[in-house]
Structures are given as C-alpha cells and as structure tokens.
Design a protein around this ligand. Sequence first.
Ligand code: ZN
Length: 94
Amino acid sequence: MSPSSNTHTIACGSCKIPAQCVANPKANDEVTCPRCNRRDRFDNVMASVKKHVVHITQKKLNESMRRAASGSRIIQFKAQPLGNPSFRWVALGL
Ligand SMILES: [Zn+2]
C-alpha cells in the first residue's frame, strides 16, 4: 500500500461519498461534498485527508502487531487506544 494520499479518493468525512473538485486542483481550489455542501480549500482538505491516512495506517499496524503478539507468551504488545476521531475529510479505499 502506498502511503501517498494522492492515490486515494477524497471523500466527505460525514457522508463518506467522493468529494467534487476540479481536475488537478491547486491549493486554493475548492473541494465540495455533493450531498451536504461541505466545502474547503484543497490544501485544507489534503491536510485533513493526510491525518486520516496516518490514523488508518497506525490502526492497521496496531491490529497486525496485536495479532502477531497474541500467539506469543514472550511478546506483549500494548497499543495506545486510538479511538475514533472524526475527520472533516477522509480518504476512501484505504
Ligand atoms: Zn458531506
């Protein structure tokens, strides 16, 4: 899996449907959600999407570490609970 958010579809964090923006958006281009009309500048959207990607990546890592450690009496893995923070914009297909 590539950590690059460029390969993922940007979606509204509330509706979880693909957001709309121009092709090859620049930092000040607007991204909108077609359902709830949430809108933001592309650079703000990408900042939120990147946080979401990091969160999901960490979550998956924690899960695989926990699985790997569960069969071992030697390794004990204690993950920080990540909770379920809400993101204004998210990446689909992670
Ligand atoms: Zn929405």
